[in-house]
Design a protein around this ligand. Structure first.
Ligand code: IPM
Ligand code: MG
Length: 357
């Protein structure tokens, strides 16, 4: 097949890890006889520097017209001025909104060989295989009103946690569909004891759950969910939650996998291209050194193959090659090893070429 993939390497280590994921995708293309056409665009801090805005209309249009978008990371100290009109992160949020990718899939699996890389006790980590589905285009990130003003002589800041029923329903429906192909259990995370938006969330979760009697639905308050992720992560399967709860819980969950550098994500909408990115940030402290872990981005590329191009065998082959490389002891610095970004990718490509198919 032929596919058009827009690359948004972004800032910091973004360009280094995206370059390696492209090499992995090219290896997949040559092994399976596909042709992927890559178009690179600026987004984030690098776009502010070049175009004066974190996301140009042209770049958004190119992304909308693509089959899929692969992103590295955005942000860095250079653009951290709180008074700045634009920020790298704004470009990312505008891109998510502009692509309508309301469901952010963040799988968290613990590779047996990495159990000792996590600060958690090994017995907590066996069998951990969680799929967090984070609502991505609503909630506190986008609610209105938002901003600063002066009220009663005091400076005030406002963010609004806003959800429409249809925004909650569509992400919950996806969670139940995906749970049907897994352990048939959905954990819906909210703060229904305090927040009105969470009470609507829970009400809709119950409605959607009623249409899927074969799937067990449990409601867990977000503070309890944060605790359970550490005390009993093996009991969680599909976890679905609103935007900011999901942002926080997935950073926490990444600790289970041994390193934030391991975790991929896929952001999907009703139709149109998916957006694929590692969950880690731009890591300015190690940028340019060639030592970043490329696995989060390579596994994001595997999700791209699966969800946007329907290439399940290719996706699984790439994932197995990553697992095999980890099994064989390949480690970048974040995992206590000394492989460079490029060497880690070489190992993965090597395993893919040698895999029996
Ligand atoms: C993430 C990041 C982003 C978010 C930032 C960079 C805006 O933390 O993808 O998890 O909060 O969504
Ligand atoms: Mg985050």
């Amino acid at each position: 097949m032929q596919a058009n993939i827009v690359l948004l390497p972004g800032d910091g280590i973004g360009p280094e890890v995206v370059a390696e994921a492209v090499r992995a995708l090219e290896a997949v293309a040559s092994l399976f006889g596909h042709s992927f056409v890559f178009t690179e665009r600026l987004m984030g801090g690098c776009s502010i520097d070049t175009f004066g805005t974190s996301l140009t209309d042209e770049t958004l249009a190119d992304c909308q017209a693509a089959d899929a978008v692969l992103l590295g990371a955005v942000g860095g100290p250079k653009w951290d001025d709180p008074a700045a009109k634009d920020r790298p992160e704004r470009g990312l949020l505008a891109l998510r909104k502009g692509l309508g990718v309301f469901a952010n899939l963040r799988p968290v699996k613990v590779h047996p060989a990495l159990i000792d890389s996590s600060p958690l006790k090994p017995e907590k980590l066996h069998g951990v295989d969680i799929l967090v589905i984070r609502e991505l285009t609503g909630g506190l990130y986008f609610g209105w009103p938002k901003g600063r003003d002066v009220k009663d002589g005091r400076e005030r800041a406002v963010d609004t946690l806003e959800y429409y029923d249809y925004e909650i329903r569509r992400v919950l429906e996806l969670a139940f569909r995906l749970a049907a192909g897994r352990k048939k259990k959905v954990t819906s995370v909210d703060k229904a004891n305090v927040l009105e938006s969470s009470r609507l969330w829970r009400q809709i979760a119950i409605q959607v759950g009623a249409q899927h009697p074969e799937i067990t639905l449990e409601h867990v308050l977000v503070d309890t969910a944060a605790m359970r992720l550490i005390t009993g992560p093996a009991w969680m399967d599909v976890v679905v939650t609103e935007n900011m709860f999901g942002d926080i819980l997935t950073d926490e969950a990444s600790v289970l996998a041994g390193s934030m550098g391991m975790l991929p994500s896929a952001s999907l909408g009703a139709n149109g291209p998916g957006l694929y990115e590692p969950i880690h940030g731009s890591a300015p402290d190690i940028a340019g050194k060639g030592i970043a872990n490329p696995i989060g981005t390579i596994l994001s590329a595997a999700m791209l193959l699966r969800h946007s191009l329907s290439l399940e065998t290719e996706a699984a082959t790439l994932e197995q090659a990553v697992a095999q490389a980890i099994h064989d002891g390949c480690r970048t610095a974040d995992l206590g090893g000394s492989l460079t970004t490029r060497q880690m990718t070489d190992e993965i490509i090597h395993h893919m070429r040698n895999a029996e198919r």
